[in-house]
Design a protein around this ligand. Structure first.
Ligand SMILES: N[C@@H](CCC(=O)N[C@@H](CS)C(=O)NCC(=O)O)C(=O)O
Length: 136
């Protein structure tokens, strides 16, 4: 029975994936604009961030859209299939759940932030006021 349920969800995901990806592509938000020097400063900060994600996961799409909206260049690491990113997420983050934002702090500490709502809030709090039209 369990195997049937697993295959059902796998098939459902396979059917929904193209629609989710197309919807994401067609409705990509316009990115925040910054002065070049400010963008370079933000880029230097986001080099310490990486988003572990699956391409068609709705929570990952929500997080990627926040990244696009905020005009951030954050490395996306696909953890859907067997490989280094999946292993690193499980081993260091503690569980195979996406999205997960890896934050390397200046003091050397590495934080693994799960939950799309927390990730979006963190990015908005940290970078939301750095754009030309941020209104802050
Ligand atoms: N409440 C979480 C839900 C995240 C979630 O359910 N992610 C799914 C993918 S859409 C997941 O990681 N599932 C584990 C798996 O498929 O192995 C959030 O908002 O980030």
């Amino acid at each position: 029975m369990r195997i049937l349920i697993r295959y059902f969800f796998r098939a459902l995901r396979a059917v929904l994936t193209p629609f989710l990806l197309l919807g994401d592509k067609l409705t990509t938000p316009k990115g925040m604009e910054r002065e070049p020097a400010e963008q370079a400063r933000v880029d230097a900060e986001t080099r310490d961030l990486a988003l572990y994600q699956f391409p068609a996961c709705p929570f990952c799409i929500k997080s990627r859209r926040a990244i696009q909206r905020l005009g951030l260049n954050i490395e996306l690491r696909n953890a859907q299939h067997e490989g280094d990113h999946r292993d690193a997420l499980l081993k260091n983050g503690g569980k195979l759940q996406v999205p997960c934002l890896r934050i390397a702090h200046p003091d050397g500490r590495v934080e693994w932030m799960y939950e799309s709502a927390d990730i979006v809030r963190y990015l908005e709090d940290r970078f939301g006021s750095t754009g030309r039209n941020s209104g802050h």
